[in-house]
Design a protein around this ligand. Sequence first.
Ligand code: PLP
Length: 412
Amino acid sequence: MTLDPTLFGEIDPPQRLLMGPGPVNAHPRVLRAMAADLLGQFDPEMTGFMNQVMALYRPVFGTENQWTMLIDGTARAAIEASLVSLVEPGDTVLVVNFGRFGLLLTEILTRLGARIETVSAPWGEVVPMDAIADAIEHHGPKVVTTVHGDTSTTMAQPLDGLGALCKAAGAYLYVDACATLGGMEIAADRWGVDVVTAGLQKCLGGPSGSAPITISDRAAERIFARRHVEQGIRRADIADGTGPRIPSNYFDLAMIMDYWSEKRLNHHTEATSMLYAARECARVALGEGLEQRFARHRKAGAAMTAGVRAMGLTVYGDDAHRMTNVTGVHIPDGVDGEAIRTAMRAHFEIEIGTAFGPLQGRIWRLGAMGYNAMKHKVLLTLVALEACLTAAGHKVPLGAAVPAAIAAWEAA
Ligand SMILES: *Cc1c(COP(=O)(O)O)cnc(C)c1O
């Protein structure tokens, strides 16, 4: 069998504007960084870049944690690495669940043999802090896990104070901040979160495939204690059954921390081009200023919300806990949500998001994150949505969305 390689042309994707819940378009500087030449994984230039990445992501996470680095893989890789490294079979783990990504935590913890307890909010709400406090007191978990912004419901769980509750109960706190890091404040140290993980493809404005992580010294100690092997004798240890108790090699955070430490113990081959991307994402974010960046996301979210409301559409979920970077919108009665999404893509090259689980077919999700949290991109999305709804025979007040969005942008 021969295959004519010219059958499949050079990669030349359409210029879509990605205004869903992620991924979003990468900042051009990030794409350029990814085209830089490759290095060997122990080249001093390369390990220098690794150290720079550690330094760059500390302020991004709001932490002084030594162990601030990258997991090679999408955001889910860092979630899995955290849980597999922190949680032992039989540990009681509390999942603070308010959407699909809380269910993902539960699914991974089930595979790990954790004793799972859950404190939940209905979709579209967050879990009240006193309900979490009661659940911690009642169940005495070893680890508490939650999500910051759950894109499935567009809600952001308040985390200030949760770390103190966990510490007082002797529990470790894990947070999935994939959808908010770089767009909403994450204060890992002030909030007392032990492990926070993210991805690049949301508010950091990069491609998926690298997952920033930060680990407190206290959590690192627990993880290193699970290693309990001397350097260099891991294979023998595994063979005699007394070896690493972290039941994953690729996601063994103890081994990954050793690789990112000055010891540079070989683990995987650091994903060089993705590290360049992650490094540039952080440089772009810190160059803009985190406060300015959060404000830009706040303005984009306010503009999107005001625009869809001016069109007479209903915004999904609890106003008080909305993520700033993704907005859920009820699909009006009689409108085919998928047909509108198709028309937005076909006529305007704009992608908006569908929804999962109980919200499937009920809401669209309109994102404005990272490089796409810009006024003109929000306005283009609103104009396109207005045109596609009108063409589909759904009456909206023509021309109302844009001025409402501009006013909200300016006021936010
Ligand atoms: C988008 C998102 C992820 C993404 O995980 P990937 O493995 O990168 O697809 C994880 N968690 C949350 C809360 C998200 O919104």
